[in-house]
Design a protein around this ligand. Structure first.
Ligand SMILES: Cc1cc2nc3c(=O)[nH]c(=O)nc-3n(C[C@H](O)[C@H](O)[C@H](O)COP(=O)(O)O)c2cc1C
Length: 237
């Protein structure tokens, strides 16, 4: 095993040849965040330092780190959320992967990445930024607080933007007759280390019963028989 303190030796001590940190927690969900500036300029960018951090109240975080390259400006997704108090989470699915990557391009604050990527926005109900028309899941959020981590060496901000979910959108096509979200249709994209991604494909989805939770019994029992041999294989490996 390799053992090291990243604060002493950095993120790529031998034998590592590339920064290892982003490969340590995988796969990471991608928060594809739309915001709008006080002047009305739309902004869209992906953040894999993203998480749902509480269910009740429903809260999410995303973490815009460092300056926009070649500038001393914070990323637009941070500035806009703080200036307007609002942002929107959009899910990136397999069909939207190419466009998601296009929207990560560093660009001036008034540059519309949504337009650049050929994406269409639709108005939200409770916040100003649009949500993505082709993303099957979106959450409108009110900015609650920004938590600043210790200042990076370059003097930029390593920020954690915390938001309260005030409206949720789920496309009809991904809702099953049993009233569940159909993960087999969603095919969400996750970020791995380096430049690698993963897609949750139907053949890699399986239920796994926890000892004392039968809330989803109807759903699990339906798929369980067909999937159980596969789960046993996984467990034995
Ligand atoms: C899949 C993916 C995940 C990313 N995750 C982050 C992240 O968590 N934090 C961050 O600061 N930048 C992240 N980036 C880079 C930003 O998307 C990029 O800096 C973007 O230009 C920021 O745009 P903005 O200035 O419009 O906010 C990620 C890029 C990609 C492609």
């Amino acid at each position: 095993m390799a053992h090291f303190d990243p604060n002493e030796v950095g993120m790529r001590p031998p034998p590592f040849k590339h920064t290892v940190y982003n490969a340590l927690v995988v796969p990471r969900p991608i928060g594809w965040i739309s915001t709008v500036s006080p002047d009305g300029d739309f902004n869209l960018a992906p953040f894999s330092f993203f998480a749902q951090v509480s269910g009740s109240p429903p809260c999410v975080i995303y973490c815009p780190n460092y300056f926009k390259p070649g500038t001393r400006e914070s990323k637009d997704s941070l500035t806009n959320a703080e200036d307007t108090g609002e942002f929107v989470y959009n899910m990136c699915t397999a069909e939207l992967l190419d466009q998601m990557v296009v929207t990560s391009k560093h660009s001036p604050r008034n540059f519309d990445e949504m337009k650049e990527a050929g994406l269409e926005g639709v108005p939200c109900e409770k916040v100003g930024p649009p949500r993505l028309k082709n993303s099957p899941i979106a959450m409108e959020c009110k900015h609650m607080q920004t938590i600043d981590m210790p200042t990076p060496q370059d003097g930029s901000r390593a920020a954690m933007v915390l938001g309260h979910v005030v409206q949720i959108h789920v496309a009809d096509e991904v809702i099953t007759d049993e009233g569940l979200i159909d993960m087999r249709k969603l095919r969400p994209v996750g970020r791995l280390g380096y430049y690698d991604y993963t897609i949750v494909e139907p053949e890699n989805i399986f239920p796994y019963k926890t000892p004392d939770d039968d809330r989803f019994h109807g759903h699990e029992s339906k798929a369980w028989d067909e999937i159980q041999p596969r789960v046993e294989e996984f467990v034995q490996e």
